[in-house]
Design a protein around this ligand. Sequence first.
Ligand SMILES: N[C@@H](CCC(=O)N[C@@H](CS)C(=O)NCC(=O)O)C(=O)O
Length: 215
Amino acid sequence: MKLYIYDHCPFCVKARMIFGLKNIPVELIVMMNDDEQTPVRLIGQKMAPILMKADGSCMPESLDIVHYIDESDRSPLLTGAVNPAIGDWLRRVNGYINKLLIPRVAEAPFAEFATPQARQYFINKKQATYGDFAELKQHAPGLIKNISDDLRKLDDLIVKPNAVNGELSLDDIHLFPLLRSLSLVAGVEYPSRVADYRDNMAKQTQVNLLSSVAA
Ligand SMILES: N[C@@H](CCC(=O)N[C@@H](CS)C(=O)NCC(=O)O)C(=O)O
């Protein structure tokens, strides 16, 4: 199987996680960010992730891919209950976190930005949505304080380092990609349970953190 992704994309991380958790081999193909042709040919629109199955058919939508792979061996791993407090926490943080993340993503050495045109495509698209990056960057110190405060609240919700609610569930599929994206941001304060959870999930899912290129 092949998984078409952008390395920065949190939805793609969701799909990557289930392969890592189940140790199912998959070929990762990073599309150039300005390559509209490939995704449109595969699924009719420019969107990642895309799973290409062994028979050549393609499946979009991260959660559909997660469910498909999790059930593919009739031994699902994501059997734990979700905690509504995790959903609430994610909704609140997702309300502001892209203003901190997106300008950093735009400057990071991701494979999908290997050409200047691909990087510029991302910058143009995201500035149209989130506003001028120079302006957004001025809010970074306040946003870093907000997320550091919110991570302290998350710390109280983490039950085990290998599953946020004690047993693997969809909450892990939603939470880890945000923490992985956040590892791109220098200066965020991590309480110990959050840091242990993030590091453990990176190992379990075989999805790298971005700390080595944090800015
Ligand atoms: N509902 C989709 C959302 C996927 C999504 O929004 N992917 C973004 C990348 S993070 C995308 O491909 N956007 C189009 C683009 O980057 O041009 C899913 O869960 O897979």
